[in-house]
Design a protein around this ligand. Structure first.
Ligand code: BDR
Ligand code: CA
Length: 308
């Protein structure tokens, strides 16, 4: 089984990731930690709790984390995820309160309690992870693997960024935290836009999930439709299934290709803030470079089919 922590900022694609994890009998979800990101922390935390309610799994603890990035001012993504983080998609009202422990302290406590065992999925800005590393240097090395959705690398990509011309949202939203995590010496897998653009979001994919029939699957389909509506207004017809690729990589490595790489992030203020760059030197990440789009959707659909 997979002992897992999910650090997230739901976020439509974070939501699909969390529900996919909840639908897998082989995932032991030890907690959900939340961060500022797509929406303010209060909204992302509310959304995480509502998703657990939808899945009938309010026993999974939710820990609220960083209100703000380490250094820069917060940036949100209402144009992609709506002001609430989950567009206009209705969800049940959560009942169980947020745990009193801060997300950063949870990460430290749980990673130290089971060294080398836990996979940490990070699908938002990396503030909570960086704070953990600052408080307890070396703690991120205690994870079995940290799978990050963030950044974007060349790999022949015609387009790099989604927030600035060359910066991805999670990297841009807290570049200083991203830098701390890249330098932590931990076992990192990096899933950037260069990868997630290979896993397209289309109306047909939304219909594929809706046809699964469970409330969870229909909610995910509605989230994809809402996302397509929003990016449509920005002139895009095809989206990318970013965050669920982290769960899919943990669960089915055979769906992916990767290579060892050295990745840095630019943290000087200015136009290039938050850009990730591949450089020469000691590898610090497994840079995920290829994905089986149909296989990833099949994995997500199968998991959503097991939920209410
Ligand atoms: C990332 O940014 C967020 O908007 C998504 O949830 C994803 O984590 C993609 O750049
Ligand atoms: Ca996210």
């Amino acid at each position: 089984s997979f002992p897992t922590l999910h650090d997230c900022d739901p976020g439509s694609d974070d939501a699909i990731t969390l529900l996919t994890l909840l639908g897998r009998p082989d995932v032991n979800l030890l907690g959900v930690s939340t961060t500022h990101g797509n929406a303010p922390l209060s909204a992302t935390t509310h959304n995480a709790r509502a998703l657990l309610k939808l899945a009938g799994r309010e026993n999974v603890p939710v820990y609220a984390g960083a209100l703000n990035p380490l250094v820069r001012e917060p940036v949100y993504a209402p144009q992609i995820h709506g002001v609430s983080g989950l567009g206009g998609v209705p969800l049940p009202s959560p009942n169980v309160p947020v745990r009193s422990e801060h997300a950063t302290l949870t990460l430290i406590r749980q990673l130290c309690a089971q060294p080398g065992e836990i996979t940490l999925l990070a699908t938002g800005p990396l503030t909570n992870l960086a704070l953990a590393e600052r408080l307890r240097p070396g703690v991120l090395k205690e994870a079995k693997q940290i799978i990050i959705m963030g950044g974007s690398l060349e790999n022949g990509a015609p387009r790099l960024g989604n927030t600035t011309p060359r910066a991805e949202f999670n990297a841009y939203a807290d570049p200083h935290a991203f830098d701390v995590v890249l330098k932590a010496g931990a076992k990192l897998a990096l899933i950037g836009l260069n990868l997630t653009r290979q896993v397209q979001v289309t109306r047909a994919r939304a219909q594929q999930l809706a046809a699964v029939g469970t409330a969870a699957a229909q909610t995910c389909a509605a989230l994809l439709d809402d996302y397509l509506d929003r990016i449509g207004k920005l002139g895009q017809t095809v989206g990318a299934l970013h965050d669920p690729c982290t769960a899919a990589l943990m669960l089915s490595q055979e769906l992916f290709e990767w290579e060892e790489a050295r990745v840095d992030i630019l943290t000087d203020s200015g136009k290039r803030l938050g850009e990730t760059v591949q450089v020469d030197g000691e590898p610090n990440v497994q840079l995920v470079t290829g994905a089986d789009e149909a296989g990833i959707y099949a994995l997500v659909a199968e998991a959503l089919g097991r939920l209410p």
